[in-house]
Design a protein around this ligand. Structure first.
Ligand code: PEP
Ligand code: MG
Length: 325
């Protein structure tokens, strides 16, 4: 198997009947890049920038961020790099930010909610991103967006920062695609509205599943309710992808689900354009795609979204012979 996978490092990600998708990798720091390149990922579907901010005593400055982003963009050599703006709060704390302690941190002050309040901090990150964007194929993504107003405000700050940079005689990247994580059910439910204004969606199933099922992804007592294959989750995913396509936009997924052997045929059938996963899952997924046709995946997905339980969805994928391991 390992040998079979190794042959696919420089091959395109394509199904048996010629449907092309993008297989990308998730990273936390530039150090993860060698694994990404060794495993033949075509791009970065999620760069979690919070790690730049964590485990230290003060905010990273613009220069430090610029260097980190530029490094990733250059090493990806023209491949798309989706960089997510700071997603802190919830379970991820920053000692130097003095965040309020909340009863429900996962429903609280985090990610884009925090960045829209801490404007200087946000602007510094956006400056670094736009400057680094000149060195590769950058796409900017905002996390935990729940309302279209949040997206509009973030976008307007981005435009403002771009103008500042130009006035200073610096050269910010032009035409950077700007998208959102779809990880809150309100955004999935209103995906058609968002699709008119964003350039792309990336579905964050790690959070989307916990919010849809109201089951903390870390809590053992309710972990049986954390069901990636629950028809409610699959229907939201389907709705988000269709909403994107209706507006001529692309839809990806950067939650853990995107790299699972059970999920790949379902997501292909639902029309997902980009799958972003841990680097080690890229070659197995590429090899799996070679065994699938778009048509049989579409039939599978159409049946799956109408089944009553996650167990039955998983059983269907298995019984139809989509699982090889
Ligand atoms: C997600 O929620 O699916 C996601 C990719 O973001 P994170 O795991 O960083 O919350
Ligand atoms: Mg998330």
């Amino acid at each position: 198997k390992k040998e079979e996978w190794a042959k696919l490092v420089n091959e395109p990600s394509i199904t048996k009947d010629g449907t092309r998708v993008e297989l990308a990798a998730n990273i936390g720091t530039p150090d993860d890049l060698s694994g990404v390149l060794d495993n033949g990922a075509e791009g970065i579907g999620l760069y979690r920038t919070e790690f730049l901010y964590m485990g230290r005593n003060e905010l990273p400055d613009e220069e430090e961020q610029f260097e980190a982003y530029k490094n990733v963009l250059e090493k990806m050599n023209g491949g798309a790099v989706v960089i997510r703006t700071l997603d802190i709060g919830g379970d991820k704390e920053l000692p130097y930010l003095d965040l309020p302690s909340e009863l429900n941190p996962f429903l609280g002050y985090r990610a884009i909610r925090l960045c829209l309040e801490e404007k200087e901090m946000f602007r510094t990150q956006l400056r670094a991103l736009l400057r680094a964007g000149a060195y590769g194929n950058l796409k900017i993504m905002f996390p935990m967006v729940a309302t279209i107003e949040e997206f509009r405000e973030a976008k307007s700050i981005l435009e403002d920062v771009k103008n500042d940079l130009k006035q200073e005689g610096l050269q910010p990247a032009e035409d950077v695609e700007t998208g959102i994580m779809v990880e809150i059910p309100s955004t999935a439910a209103a995906a058609d509205i968002f699709a008119k204004e964003v350039d792309f969606f990336s579905i964050g199933t790690n959070d989307l599943i916990q919010y849809t099922m109201a089951a903390d992804r870390m809590s053992e007592k309710v972990s049986h309710l954390y069901q990636p294959y629950h028809p409610a989750v699959l229907r939201l995913v389907k709705q988000v992808i269709e909403a994107a396509h209706n507006e001529g936009k692309w839809a990806g997924m950067c939650g853990e689900m995107a790299g699972e052997e059970t999920a790949v045929p379902l997501l292909l059938g639902l029309g997902l354009d980009e799958f972003s996963m841990s680097a080690t899952s890229v070659l197995p997924a590429r090899s799996q795609l070679l065994t699938l046709t778009k048509e049989e995946a579409q039939e599978l997905a159409a049946e799956a979204v109408n089944l009553p339980t996650a167990k039955e969805v998983e059983a269907l994928v298995y019984e139809k012979g989509f699982i090889r391991s």
